[in-house]
Design a protein around this ligand. Structure first.
Ligand SMILES: [Zn+2]
Length: 445
């Protein structure tokens, strides 16, 4: 069995006791953590014994891997293709027409590009909703990353609606709990405004049958809330509650426009919220009431949403935004402090994915998903509080080593399982074909 030891780093476990070890050691056996604590004393001969690798991580901080709780990975192909537009115009005139031309090959290369970007910025798990899921799962398998995949379900056309559910069942039978347990599947009803009530009922029936959680967009824009009130005399949250959606484990992306009653429902029904500050700002959707959600005891995690509305998948950026915008909006510098913002990306992420029995913190028995951040940088000097540095000062390029499921997938910024040049070449090529020459030709050759 593979056995790795990391020594001499400062370890933030983010476990229930929030233990910190100033000169720590982590031992990994197979895919899991077998020891975490103060560095144990060894003499020179026994230090390496029985280990396939010993990493001396002096000057580095070890954290759990970042969890991106809401994204659409293949949309990296649309990065920079359509900017500065309102959500519905952006979707209807740019994104949906380009997506109509998508093929499996695009999804494969787009996902690989995302996995590359995510691993290089410390993300070890992502939660996705898209289509051509076989191709996405293949890319996840090859990259070494951990992922929860949902086939996006839209119920506006009967044939497509049925096909979506069929493909979800295929995805479950082929990929759920595959790739050494790195891949899991959820049901992915896109949103209340694209899934009529009878279709949502069908999806819930299937979710019941398979015992899997659901991933949905909720209350993203003011328009969505107005439309729901007009059609159903209820907010989207009240509407979903009345249909019984919250009888299931649900991760709801966005939840920007919420009434106090909505927040009470989310709290009482233990709905997890994936907060996407970057995407909400860029599409001018608004600012989610995160301090109020946290106050009400709602699990809040962080997501990038797609690279088409962000425009990157850098979770350190989302952590910083989450901690900054709520201070600015509320006029209270005490809301979403650094440690809380980090917790949203670790334990909050794991809870949102209903996977917090294995990931989201560093402790024995948990999966070995962790990152090493090099703190010996001018912009991180001097070090008073390393956790505050990660939130307010660090850059994703400070993340040097990434371990997922006990496997070193990046070391000293070098990616192990993927050919960076090849992936960027193919992604550029596929993006160019999809967007019909909208990509700068000079950079496509
Ligand atoms: Zn989304």
């Amino acid at each position: 069995m593979r056995k790795i030891k990391i020594i001499n780093c400062r370890v933030f476990t983010f476990n229930e006791e929030n233990e910190i070890f100033h000169r720590g050691e982590i031992e990994i056996q197979g895919d899991s953590i077998s020891y975490i604590g103060k560095v144990r004393e060894y003499n020179d001969e026994t230090a390496q014994e029985g280990y396939s690798r010993v990493i001396d991580a002096r000057g580095q901080v070890c954290l759990p891997g970042l969890i991106n709780s809401h994204t659409h990975a293949p949309m990296t192909l649309f990065r920079g293709f359509a900017d500065d537009l309102p959500l519905m115009t952006w979707l209807e005139t740019k994104i949906w027409p380009a997506e109509d031309r998508l093929q499996g090959e695009d999804v494969y290369w787009g996902t690989l590009l995302s996995c590359l970007e995510m691993i290089k910025s410390g993300t070890t798990t992502f939660n996705d909703m898209y289509f051509f899921m076989d191709d996405m799962a293949k890319a996840v398998l090859e990259s070494g990353i951990r992922a929860v995949l949902s086939r996006g379900l839209i119920g506006l056309d009967e044939k497509k609606a049925a096909l979506g559910l069929e493909e979800t069942e295929e995805l479950i039978s082929r990929w759920h709990k595959s790739a050494d347990g790195r891949i899991r599947v959820m049901f992915g009803p896109h949103a209340p405004y694209t899934c009529p009530p009878d279709y949502l009922q069908k999806i819930m029936g299937k979710a019941q049958q398979y015992g899997l959680p659901l991933h949905i967009h909720l209350a993203e824009t003011r328009f969505e809330v107005e439309q729901s009130k007009e059609l159903y005399k209820m907010t989207p949250i009240e509407h979903m509650e009345s249909l019984g959606l919250f009888n299931f484990p649900v991760v709801a992306a966005h939840c920007v426009h919420l009434s106090p009653h909505d927040i009470e429902i989310l709290s009482r029904r233990k709905v997890a919220v994936a907060h996407n500050p970057g995407s909400n700002l860029k599409l001018a959707s608004g600012v989610a009431p995160v301090p109020q959600l946290l106050e009400a005891g709602v699990t809040v995690s962080l997501g990038t949403d797609s690279a088409a509305s962000n425009n990157n998948l850098d979770m350190l950026e989302e952590i910083r935004l989450a901690s900054l915008i709520h201070k600015g909006v509320s006029g209270d510098p005490l809301v979403v402090p650094a440690y809380t913002a980090l917790e949203m990306a670790f334990r909050g992420g794991a809870k949102s994915l209903y996977w917090d029995d294995e990931i989201g913190m560093l402790k024995p028995g948990y999966k070995a998903d962790l990152i090493l951040v090099n703190m010996e940088k001018p912009h991180l000097c001097p070090i008073h509080d390393p956790a505050a540095h990660i939130v307010y000062a660090a850059q994703s390029s400070d993340i040097e080593t990434v371990i997922i499921n006990g496997e070193i997938v990046m070391e000293n910024r070098e990616i192990k399982n993927m050919d960076e040049e090849k992936i960027m070449y193919h992604a550029q090529k596929q993006a160019f074909m999809l967007t019909g020459g909208m990509v700068d030709e000079g950079s496509a050759d």
